[in-house]
Design a protein around this ligand. Sequence first.
Ligand SMILES: [Fe+2]
Length: 447
Amino acid sequence: MGLLGSVSSSSSLIAIILVLNVVALCNGGMTSTFVRKVEKTIDMPLDSDVFKVPAGYNAPQQVHITQGDHVGNAVIVSWVTVDEPGSSTVIYWSENSKEKKQAKGKVLTYEFYNYKSGYIHHTTIRKLKFNTKYYYVVGIGHTPRKFWFITPPEVGPDVPYTFGLIGDLGQTFDSNRTLAHYEQNPQKGKTVLFLGDLSYADHYPNQDNVRWDTWGRFIERSVAYQPWIWTAGNHEIILPPKLASNSTAPFWYSIKRASAYIIVLASYSAYGKYTLQYTWLEQELPKVNRTETPWLIVLLHSPWYNSYNYHYMEGETMRVMFEAWFVRYKVDVVFAGHVHAYERSERVSNVAYNIVNGICTPVKDQSAPVYITIGDGGNIEGLATNMTEPQPAYSAYREASFGHAIFDIKNRTHAYFSWHRNQDGYAVEADKLWFFNRYWNPVDESK
Ligand SMILES: [Fe+2]
């Protein structure tokens, strides 16, 4: 073979490699072509109606509830009074009972630079009946305000339950659209799984904590009536000068709710080997009984599978530590925030690498979770529009729009997921997927 032949062979080889590369790199999922109006996201002004201070002397504001025990028959009620401490008592009663009960809590304050907090009350109501509507009143002795919530059904394998998903919400006009969209969604969410980055108060000089108060008043219309389950984000990393709460409570925890076991991880607390979070998770995962709670859901802030140029690979160190466990214990879905856009992965894992074998490409894996980034609540930092190209194979769908999602568990085998962009009508599903439970029905959803 002459020189020409060699060149020709090399060219063919290069051409084949190029073709293979194109095949290898371009078999990703869908990058949405949805066109949105490009607008600056700005915080709503302090005198916005959604930040309105409730009328009356020492009226409770920023009223919010969250789950108060592991299985859902306790609720923590929190609120702020500003004129004086007032009462930390909650009066509550079930819809079909006239007997009023009381629970007493505690009050605390803190200072931060030149900011002085109001009186922050936390009161836990215990021994509630499952699946029951309760009314509750706070502001006893001054300006009572009445709210209600519905406790979840008793934990069990086929109990249907509908979760809402919101991340990186902030307090812009877009944030308000996201919350309104969630409230108006005909698939009524009963509990919000919040993926971290709450108020974005740290956008302001001295992390102006007045913007925590406005945020608390903004979300009260939802969170006073249904629990929000909190994940901590990077905008919750509070640096000194002075916090009076001295909290040592960890930001990682788990709850059961209906047929779901929800593990909340802390992307900004230590998770290396032998750390508290590592050993906690190592002991927690074997405790999950899929016969009792078939759906194993993990919440964290910084996504592991993210193909946007924002926060690219920030979740990588945690992925390296924990991904093999998620595959071993067949986690159904991992929800994250942080990246201000939407993305859904294929069921993939990347756990074969052992330093010397070079096997470090995500592969389809039916024991792996689906990873969903839902950091698109609408905060002041704006949308993440810049994506890595070409779309990697692990990415099934991605779109830079603000919105929220719903995870609607039907029974032990099926759950329906939908993502809703703010520009659409309330019932429109911009992305959707039937989830098949990894323990009871581990078949490929994408087929
Ligand atoms: Fe974040």
